[in-house]
Design a protein around this ligand. Structure first.
Ligand code: SF4
Length: 121
């Protein structure tokens, strides 16, 4: 009888674990959807960003933008791409400049983790 109770207890625990696993999977799935929505939101912001066209960049070059956490809108009002030592000013009235560290179009008001103060001229 004791053996049977143990088996029952075991099965109850296994079923609880199963329910827990399903709950955890649902929770993770929900979190993923929330992140997906957030990234879609930034995707809409990216559409408004005139410097979001990464056509012609290799996967590694695109990854470098991610690695250095490049954003088109700097969270630091005093640390912008256009006052960074690596900034390459746009030419011919273009909206986007460039960068000596990461490839592709760079928003003048952007930022990344490689930001350094522009040396005095
Ligand atoms: S290094 Fe970073 S902050 Fe500086 S210009 Fe390039 S992308 Fe902007």
């Amino acid at each position: 009888m004791k053996d049977k109770m143990n088996r029952r207890e075991f099965l109850e625990k296994v079923s609880l674990l199963g329910i827990g696993a399903i709950g955890a999977a649902s929770l993770l799935n929900a979190c993923g959807k929330k992140e997906e929505s957030a990234s879609q939101g930034s995707g809409q912001a990216a559409k408004a960003d005139p410097c979001a066209d990464l056509t012609g960049l290799t996967a590694d070059e695109k990854q470098l933008r991610v690695t250095f956490q490049y954003v088109a809108e700097s969270p630091y009002p005093d640390k912008l791409c256009d006052n960074c030592g690596f900034w390459v000013a746009p030419e011919g009235g273009a909206a986007c400049g460039g960068c000596k560290v990461i490839k592709g179009p760079i928003h003048p008001k952007g930022h990344c983790t490689s930001w350094v103060a522009m040396p005095p001229s």
